[in-house]
Design a protein around this ligand. Structure first.
Ligand code: ZN
Length: 656
C-alpha cells in the first residue's frame, strides 16, 4: 500500500520528542524528558522520553516504544495507519494506490472509520468553499459570525449540502464500505453514524445535511466525530445541534473540542481556558487566545480532566454573565480540585458570552479584562454563598461548611492553609476554628462521594477491559518468570555498576569481547528483546537502577544505592538479595562470574517466558472451538525457540 522507501523516510524523520509532545507536556530532565503517562492514570510523571535513543517508556506501566509504536498504541491503530498519521504530521507525501479486496478486509474497523471520517471532513470543507450552496449558506454564516478564513481552515469547519444522499454516494464511490457510514449497533460495532438508512436498499442519508460542520479531532488531529448546526429552518422538528453518535473511535466523555489546535499553546503557557460552546473556542482563538477548549456540551468528566492534566494543571473556567451556569457547575469544579487542578473563574459582563465579548473588543482590551477579572474559585464561591446567606447566622454557618468541604479536596497542604487564611478573613471568623472544621471535613466522606462519581464514570470502560484482565490473570497464575526476574535483580543489586566482558556469538567466531557495565547490559538486552518484568517490585527496582545509572561518567554503587534506598520495600529486598536470605524458592546458585551469570540469567528469563507461553497455548488447545492449526503452529515456533535458547544456555555455562 505504501512503498518501503516512503516508510523508511518516515521512520528516519519521526522524532520521539515531537511525537509524544502532541499528547503530553514534557519537561527536560538531564538527557531525557518526563511527563504524565498517557497510558495509565499517572499522578507523578513516570513517562520518560529519550531523544538520543528515539524511544519513550513508562516506568510505571511499562508502555512505550519508538514513534511508530507509540502512535499505534495511543491511537489504537495498526502499523500502516500509524505510518500514514506520521506522514501527515511531517508533511511527507504518500502515494497510495486503491486497496485490493484482501487489503480492505485486513484494515481494522477503527482504521476504516477514521479514513471515512477524514474523507467526510475533506468533503464538507471542500463544499464550504467550492460550491455555491456552501458559500452562500455555510461560509456566509461563518463570516457573519466574524470568523476569518484562517480560523475556519484551522478548525476544518465545513458545510454539508442539502442533498441528503450526496455524502454517501461520494463516499461509496471512493471505496468506503456502506455500513461504516451508518450508526453502530449492538451487533455491528463498526460505524461512524454520518448517515442513516431505513432499509438495506436505501442510499444512506446524511445526518448533517444543510448544516455547518464542526469536526471533533483526536489529539493527533484525526476527525473522530462531527457536530452540525442548522442554519435556515426554524422548524421545531429540526434540532439546532446534531452530533455524531458515540462509537469505538468517539467517546463523548473523553472529547474536548479544540484541544488538538490548543494543546501546544496550553503547554507553552501552562494554562487552559475552558468555555462552553464550540463557537466560543473559535472566537477566543481568533482573538489571539489559542489555549482554549470546550467540554463539548457536557459537564467535565474525570477522563477529560486527566487529559487536560497532561498539558497543564491551571484552568480558568469562563461563564456567561449570569451566575446560573456557575451554580450548576459547583460539583464539577470540586471534581477539578479533587484532581489537584488549580481552578480560576472568569465571568463575562451580563448578556455576553466569550464569543460576543471577543467580537466587541481588541486583543489588548481582552487581555486586560481577563487579568483584572479572573478570580480564584474558592474565593469566588465563598463570596457568592455569603451574599446569598445575608445576615442569617445559620446560613452563614452552612457557608463555612460548604467552603471547608471544597478546601478539604485540595491535597497540597500549603495551598489549603492559604485558603483557610483567606476565607477566615472574608468570613470574619477565627482561623483556628476553620482549621478544626477542615480536619473534620477531611474525615467526612465528601471526597469519597466524589470519588464514587469518578468510579461510576470509569465503570463502563472497566467492563470492556474485564475480559482482557481475566485472561491476564489466568496467565499470571502460572508464572515461571518470578525466579529468573529475581535473579536478574540480584545481579543488579550486587554488581550493577561492575564491568564484565561479553562475546556476541551472533557476530561470528572472530568476535571481540566487548566491555559492558552490568546495569547497561541488562537494560539494553531486555529492551532489545522487548521483555518487561511481570513482578511490579522487580520492575520498579530495575527502572530505579536504569535511572540512577544514567550518567556513565558517575560511578554507580548499586549495593549502596539499593540497600540505603528510602523505599523500605526496596531496601529490604536488596538486603535479602545481597545476603542470599529467603532464597528457598528455586533460585539457582550464581557462579559469581559475571561473564557467565549475566547472559545466563537473561536467557533463563527468556526461557521462562516461553514456558509460560507454551503452557498457555496448551491450555487454549483444550478449549472448545479453538483454532487448532494456528495454535499448533505457534506451539512449534515456541518449542523451536526454546530449543535454541536451551542450547545457548548450555554453551554459555560450559564455555564462558
Ligand atoms: Zn504508564
Amino acid at each position: 500500500m505504501i512503498d518501503q522507501l516512503t516508510i523508511d523516510k518516515i521512520r528516519d524523520t519521526a522524532q520521539i520528542l515531537d511525537v509524544v509532545s502532541d499528547y503530553v507536556s514534557l519537561r527536560r530532565r538531564g538527557q531525557n524528558y518526563v511527563g504524565l503517562c498517557p497510558f495509565h492514570a499517572d499522578k507523578n510523571p513516570s513517562f520518560y522520553v529519550s531523544p538520543s535513543k528515539n524511544i519513550c517508556k513508562c516506568f510505571s506501566c511499562n508502555e512505550g516504544g519508538d514513534p511508530i509504536h507509540f502512535i499505534m498504541k495511543h491511537e489504537q491503530i495498526g502499523y500502516l495507519a500509524a505510518i500514514r498519521l506520521l506522514a501527515k504530521k511531517y508533511g511527507i507525501e504518500i502515494k497510495e494506490r486503491e486497496l485490493t479486496p484482501e487489503e480492505k478486509a485486513a484494515q481494522t474497523a477503527r482504521e476504516g472509520m477514521l479514513r471515512l471520517n477524514e474523507f467526510a471532513m475533506q468533503t464538507f470543507e471542500n463544499d464550504l468553499f467550492e460550491t455555491d450552496e456552501g458559500r452562500n449558506i455555510g461560509l456566509a454564516y461563518f463570516r457573519e459570525r466574524g470568523l476569518q478564513d484562517e480560523t475556519i481552515k484551522r478548525f476544518h469547519l465545513g458545510y454539508a449540502v442539502e442533498k441528503r444522499t450526496d455524502l454517501a454516494e461520494r463516499a461509496i464511490r471512493a471505496g468506503h464500505p456502506r455500513e461504516l457510514l451508518l450508526d453502530p449497533t449492538e451487533e455491528r460495532k463498526e460505524g461512524v453514524g454520518l448517515c442513516y438508512a431505513d432499509n438495506d436498499q436505501q442510499m444512506p442519508q446524511c445526518r448533517f445535511h444543510g448544516r455547518v460542520i464542526f469536526p471533533f479531532m483526536s489529539l493527533s488531529g484525526q476527525p473522530v466525530a462531527f457536530g452540525g448546526r442548522i442554519l435556515q429552518r426554524v422548524d421545531h422538528a429540526f434540532k439546532k445541534y446534531v452530533n455524531s453518535p458515540e462509537s469505538i473511535i468517539y467517546r463523548k466523555g473523553n472529547m474536548l473540542y479544540g484541544l488538538f489546535q490548543a494543546k501546544a499553546d496550553i503547554a507553552k503557557q501552562d494554562k487552559c481556558f475552558i468555555v462552553e460552546g464550540n463557537v466560543d473556542v473559535l472566537s477566543m482563538s481568533q482573538a489571539g487566545f489559542r489555549n482554549v477548549i470546550a467540554s463539548a456540551g457536557t459537564a467535565l468528566t474525570t477522563n477529560q480532566i486527566h487529559i487536560i492534566q497532561r498539558f497543564t494543571k491551571n484552568v480558568t473556567l469562563m461563564f456567561d454573565g449570569d451566575e446560573a451556569g456557575i451554580r450548576a457547575s459547583l460539583k464539577t469544579i470540586d471534581l477539578l480540585l479533587l484532581e489537584d487542578m488549580r481552578v480560576k473563574l472568569l465571568l463575562f459582563p451580563d448578556g455576553d458570552d466569550p464569543d460576543s465579548f471577543c467580537r466587541k473588543h481588541t486583543t489588548e482590551e481582552l487581555q486586560q479584562f481577563f487579568a483584572a477579572n479572573e478570580q480564584d474559585f474558592i474565593v469566588y464561591k465563598a463570596q457568592m454563598l455569603l451574599r446569598d446567606a445575608g445576615n442569617d447566622p445559620m446560613k452563614r454557618a452552612n457557608v463555612v461548611q460548604n467552603i471547608v468541604q471544597s478546601i478539604a479536596l485540595i491535597s497540597d497542604p500549603i495551598s489549603a492553609s492559604i485558603y483557610i487564611r483567606t476565607t477566615a478573613q472574608m468570613l470574619n471568623i477565627d482561623e483556628k476554628y476553620l482549621q478544626q472544621a477542615l480536619l473534620q471535613a477531611q474525615r467526612t466522606n465528601y471526597a469519597n462521594e466524589l470519588r464514587r462519581m469518578e468510579i461510576e464514570n470509569r465503570r463502563r470502560e472497566a467492563e470492556n477491559q474485564q475480559n482482557a484482565l481475566m485472561q491476564a490473570m489466568q496467565t499470571a497464575a502460572i508464572r515461571h518468570t518470578d525466579a529468573p526476574e529475581r535473579n536478574i535483580v540480584r545481579l543488579l543489586v550486587r554488581h550493577g555498576g561492575d564491568l564484565f566482558n561479553y562475546v556476541n556469538r551472533d557476530a561470528g567466531p572472530e568476535a571481540e569481547p566487548q566491555t559492558w557495565r552490568v546495569v547497561d547490559f541488562i537494560g539494553t538486552y531486555l529492551e532489545n528483546a522487548d521483555i518487561k518484568f511481570q513482578n511490579p517490585l522487580y520492575a520498579k527496582m530495575l527502572r530505579m537502577a536504569l535511572i540512577a545509572s544514567e550518567d556513565p561518567s558517575v560511578p554507580f554503587d548499586s549495593l549502596k544505592f539499593f540497600t540505603q534506598h528510602a523505599d523500605s520495600e526496596v531496601n529490604q529486598t536488596a538486603l535479602d538479595l545481597a545476603e542470599d536470605r529467603n532464597e528457598a524458592f528455586g533460585i539457582v546458585e550464581l557462579n559469581e562470574s559475571l561473564e557467565k551469570d549475566v547472559p545466563r540469567v537473561l536467557l533463563e528469563l527468556q526461557d521462562a517466558i516461553l514456558r509460560t507461553k507454551i503452557d498457555d497455548l496448551n491450555r487454549q488447545l483444550q478449549a472448545p472451538g479453538s483454532d487448532t492449526i494456528e495454535i499448533m503452529r505457534q506451539l512449534t515456533d515456541c518449542n523451536e525457540l526454546k530449543k535454541q535458547i536451551g542450547k545457548e544456555l548450555g554453551e554459555r555455562i560450559i564455555t564462558a
